[in-house]
Design a protein around this ligand. Structure first.
Ligand code: NAI
Ligand code: MG
Length: 351
């Protein structure tokens, strides 16, 4: 049966990296008889220029009916003057919440060939392979009430609300346990249950679900300690599961352990395992148009898409193997280039 893939290149380096990812996707599609039909759409600034909104109805409709979405990156200085509600990044937030993409997977893998790119000592990070599972559509980023109000004494006060319902916690917990079962079998749940009641419930729900996964071991950590442990001894983790805000911060910290933002893929999944796949980086306006962008984060996002939504693990393995082989050959885009390696441009890396 044909599966539909919606490709949303986005802005600045978005189209450059997407051209390379698409090349790889077309190749595996042919080689593994995947019967994928590729479609293209507009999002972010590119959509704003044509339709006046960052997420046009036709893009949303195509996204809803696609089996998976591959996204480049959105935003950039061209749209700096645009009002808040219409900013390119709003298109991303809207598609995530409209499709209920609640499960954000952010792997932090350090390729042995790039061990010198990490800010930490080789012995602390070599062989690092952790997966952060971040809840993406709830928590304090979406909680109501929110805003800035004026108190009786005339002073202004900013406020947001940290909320999680049991069903929201349950679905992200199941996702994390499932994934851990296919990896090293360990889930570390990160909360702040010594201070925040909302995360007392989080911990309780995780404990309640854990017995359904007898092969997975559950542990808990406070978020401040987790931040410390990520830079002290990151290899102690397998899967980390946490709420939206903690996950935002911890996943960026974990990303930097691997040294290059140009290497990091991500997935955002819904309840049926459909999802949107995208590199962790932004649209990099500072290097756009120069063939300097590293396409590997987007290419590795294609591999995640094949593994998690399209049930084509051997095609995913082939792509990840090819990335490793290319690094073995010493080929590097500028962001990961070092002495003794060969500098190549975006297209050559894709090739
Ligand atoms: P950025 O991730 O675009 O760039 C940060 C730095 O990393 C820059 O020096 C850039 O050149 C470099 N970089 C990023 N991706 C690279 C790649 N593939 N290869 C080589 N170098 C790479 O973050 P920044 O500068 O904060 O944001 C730029 C724009 O992107 C803004 O408009 C921002 O809102 C947007 N953005 C979009 C995201 C998305 O679409 N998911 C995520 C983050 C930012
Ligand atoms: Mg972030």
């Amino acid at each position: 049966m044909t599966k539909r893939i919606l490709i949303l290149p986005g802005d600045y380096i978005g189209p450059e990296i997407m051209a390379e990812a698409e090349k790889v996707l077309r190749r595996v599609n042919q080689q593994y008889d995947l019967e994928l039909a590729l479609e293209h759409g507009l999002i972010g600034g590119a959509a704003l220029d044509v339709h006046g909104v960052p997420l046009p109805e036709e893009t949303l409709a195509a996204a809803r009916s696609a089996d998976a979405i591959l996204l480049g990156a959105v935003g950039g200085p061209k749209w700096d003057g645009v009002e808040r509600e219409l900013r390119p990044e709003r298109g991303l937030l809207a598609i995530r919440s409209q499709l209920q993409l609640f499960g954000n997977l952010r792997p932090a893998i350090l390729y042995p060939q790039l061990v010198e790119a990490s800010s930490l000592k080789p012995e602390v990070v070599s062989g690092l392979d952790i997966l952060i599972v971040r809840e993406l559509t709830g928590g304090i980023y979406f909680g109501e009430p929110r805003g800035i109000r004026t108190l009786e004494n005339g002073e202004r006060q900013g406020y947001n609300t940290y909320v999680y319902s049991e069903s929201e916690i349950e679905r992200i917990a199941h996702l994390a346990f499932d994934l851990a079962g296919k990896r090293d079998g360990r889930v570390c749940s990160v909360d702040k249950s010594n201070v925040l009641e909302a995360t007392v419930l989080w911990r309780e729900v995780l404990e309640r679900i854990a017995p359904q996964y007898p092969d997975v071991e559950l542990s808990h950590m406070y978020v401040d300690n987790a931040a410390m442990q990520l830079v002290r001894a990151p290899k102690q983790f397998d899967v980390i599961v946490t709420g939206n805000m903690f996950g935002d911060i911890l996943s960026d910290a974990a990303a930097m352990l691997t040294g290059s933002i140009g290497m990091l893929p991500s997935a955002s999944l819904d309840r049926e395992g459909r999802g949107m796949y995208e590199p962790c980086h932004g649209s990099a306006p500072d290097i756009a148009g120069g063939g300097k962008a590293n396409p590997l984060a987007t290419i590795l996002s294609v591999a995640m898409m094949l593994r998690y939504t399209l049930a084509a693990p051997s095609a995913a393995d082939a792509i990840e193997g090819a990335v490793s082989a290319v690094l073995d050959q010493g080929l590097r885009t500028a962001d990961i280039h070092s002495e003794g390696t060969t500098l190549v441009d975006t297209v050559a890396m894709g090739d």
